[in-house]
Design a protein around this ligand. Sequence first.
Ligand code: NAP
Length: 285
Amino acid sequence: MINGKTRTCGLIGCPVEHTKSPLIHNTLAEYMGIDLAYVPFCVQDGDLQDAIKGAKALNLLGLNVTVPYKSNVIPFLKDIDPLAKQIGAVNTLVRVDGGYKGYNTDMPGLYRAMVEDGIKIEGEQILLLGAGGVARAVALLMAQKKAKEIVILNRTIQKAKDVCDEVSGFYPDIKMKALSLDEFDTLPMEKYLAIQATNIGMYPKVDEAILEASNFYDRVHTGYDLVFNPEQTKFMKLVKAHGGKSFNGLKMLLYQGIIAYEYWTDTKVPKEAIQRVYQLLQADA
Ligand code: NAP
């Protein structure tokens, strides 16, 4: 029950109507007996600074940040965690003296999901599809966890080159290559861990995959799609049809939320609570 002491957290972005974050955080609050309520806030273009000032004035405990504000919000923060600064994107704000400190829980969330799914990164050859905000965090994670090589394939090749340059600046020893999508067939016929970090295949355009060519999927031993709606994306189906293992992005969503919740409440979320939230997310998919 909401009462006079209830603390508020929320999500800022635009649009926010389809978010699953209230399900994650309100379930955790109920399960763990924490007096916290989580609500989505649709922030219009041009209102971001006012939204952060308003959140501070209203004493909100924390916020998640989603598209299109993950980078734009940085100038309005009191402080930023070094990892979020390196990634250049923030998805979690935590109340501190005088404002908010920004964190990135997408990258550690993906790592926790991959570890749980038994995905090895060290020594692996990575095909990263996409070069947007999330792809940049994925590329940094792959480099930090000592992948053997990272090949970034993107529609706009310049963006893939930019991500390569940025990641090489932090991890000069990692072999990196940028290609446009249709250049995949210049790659050797080796087996890669492919991470799908574009919007393609998301509901309602469930019949689309970023690449459809059979000889692309012959190179994939595992396909990890960051899209989680639908549960089985076309990319995942194509990976499976070519004998590979496939995973969706629901666990990444789960763990980015769990880590944010741990920051806000200074608690460790128990395993049973994590399982409960994951079951509800799957049922809601
Ligand atoms: P973003 O910054 O907007 O990047 C979008 C990426 O998709 C870019 O690489 C873009 O290529 C590519 N793309 C878009 N439309 C395309 C098209 N028609 N053909 C080819 N490529 C296209 O978005 P983001 O923040 O990185 O998010 C990407 C996706 O990751 C989201 O849609 C979401 O599904 C997923 N995601 C999942 C989680 C999770 O917790 N599981 C968290 C965050 C994001 P160009 O560079 O050529 O434009």
